[in-house]
Design a protein around this ligand. Structure first.
Ligand code: GLU
Length: 425
């Protein structure tokens, strides 16, 4: 068989880590920084793989694979969520950990970046199985986690309950209660008011500022939201409150559409019962493969990575693309979207509201003094708005798109700290 033909038949898996590194290189090449120093801050400090034996409800033992990556601890402890998903891989966790470093730097909170994950399908596991998996995972990383070293949080398919198990397992091993070892906990266990909504709230703050910049009247705008988990549902709800008509919503099971706008509060109630958006009486079914190309003003991908790539980017019709998910747009798609004047609000700013309120939670836990929801939201509002306009200013001054500008700001902040601390040798 001719070589080219043979090659064509091979599907090369997408490396999300390569995407993250490409984004870094593009921004780094515009900064006047020593190449060796850039190499030092670019790659993860430590990546650990663990095998996790878990007894299933039927008495059998199953082995799971878990990861924790500490990308950076230059600006503070590694910080980032834990993901439970069948497609989790070291490549993905390393990319997500790197994005956490740049995310924390761009909103200027004193954390580095980390991420964790376990290869599993939580929809097929009982609560008891998930609890045993979470406790074994936490115990495996007892020497890695800590309020001063590495602080986990929720991510895809993990939630407050998961964080409570992590807090308890860590505390039992430490022989005293350590609330600040994990964020995104239930409020009664030292969680922060407003944390659950924080990522979606942050997404909507950045969209609102982008609309101001582009002179778009929210009450005349329409939006499509891909994903109806914590990020997608809260983003849709708060955007709807701003007066934006949410015409398209999808989740893993399917999509719905209503040209007059979907009543998001009613949809949230419906999904709480049925676990799916399809079948919602206030909307018609829609082809979920087409949601990213819907004829709307605002598109919010709030699901997984690599949704918009070099092959489909030209089909995006939205004027604002707000990255609620981490890494939904590949580096090949960025120039196409820029050429078509799609205003992309990159993940590292757009969804930074979650880790920002995680920072507030860590601060409150360490003080043992808790803020009202209004205080939390006011502080979040200030940080997100400032980060948005700081990055936009750099983008306009350097005539680059927002992702490049956000990476430039973030890398510069990490470099500055490395230069001041020096490298211990
Ligand atoms: N998993 C979220 C993210 O990707 C939140 C991380 C955190 O709060 O530490 O930003």
């Amino acid at each position: 068989m001719p070589r080219e033909k043979h090659l064509k038949s091979i599907t090369i898996p997408v490396s999300t880590y390569e995407h993250a590194m490409k984004q870094f290189d593009q921004a780094a090449s515009r900064l006047h920084v020593d190449k060796g120093l850039l190499e030092f801050i670019k790659h993860p400090r430590r990546s650990t793989i663990v095998k996790l034996p878990v007894q299933m409800d039927d008495g059998t033992w199953q082995m799971f694979t878990g990861f924790r990556v500490q990308h950076s601890n230059v600006r503070g402890p590694a910080k980032g969520g834990i993901r439970y998903h069948p497609n989790v891989s070291l490549d993905e966790v390393q990319a997500l950990a790197a994005w956490m470093t740049w995310k924390c730097a761009v909103v200027n909170i004193p954390f580095g970046g980390g991420k964790g994950g376990v290869i599993c399908d939580p929809s097929k596991m009982s609560e008891g199985e998930l609890e045993r998996l979470t406790r074994r995972y936490t115990a495996s990383f007892f020497d890695v986690f800590g309020p001063e070293s590495d602080i986990p949080a929720p991510d895809v398919n993990t939630n407050e309950k998961t964080m409570a198990w992590i807090m308890d397992t860590y505390s039992m091993n430490a022989r005293h209660t350590v609330t600040s070892v994990v964020t995104g906990k239930p409020i009664v266990l030292g969680g922060s008011r407003g944390r659950r909504e924080a990522t979606g709230r942050g997404v909507v703050i950045t969209v609102r500022e982008a609309m101001k910049h582009m002179n778009i009247d929210p009450t005349q705008a329409t939006a499509a939201v891909q994903g109806f988990g914590n990020v997608g549902s809260v983003s849709a709800q708060l955007l709807h409150k701003l007066g934006v008509k949410i015409t398209h919503v999808c989740d893993v099971f399917g999509a719905i559409y209503n040209p007059r706008g979907i009543d998001i509060d009613e949809l949230i109630k419906f999904v709480a019962q049925t676990k799916k958006v399809i079948g919602f009486p206030g909307a018609k079914p829609f082809d979920s493969k087409k949601i990213l190309f819907a004829d709307v003003d605002i598109l919010i991908p709030a699901a997984l990575e690599n949704q918009i790539d070099g092959k489909n980017a030209a089909k995006v019709k939205a004027r604002i693309l707000a990255e609620g998910a981490n890494g939904p747009v590949t580096p090949e798609a960025d120039p196409i979207l820029a050429k078509n004047e799609v205003f992309v609000i990159p993940d590292i700013i757009c969804n930074a509201g979650g880790v920002t309120v995680s920072y507030f939670e860590w601060v409150q836990d360490r003080m043992g003094y808790f803020w009202t929801e209004d205080e939390v939201n006011a502080r979040l509002e200030r940080i997100m708005t400032e980060a948005f306009w700081d990055v936009l200013k750099v983008a306009l001054e350097n005539k680059v798109h927002l992702r490049l500008a956000a990476f430039m700001v973030a890398i510069q902040r990490v470099v500055e700290v490395v230069q001041l601390r020096g490298i211990y040798a």
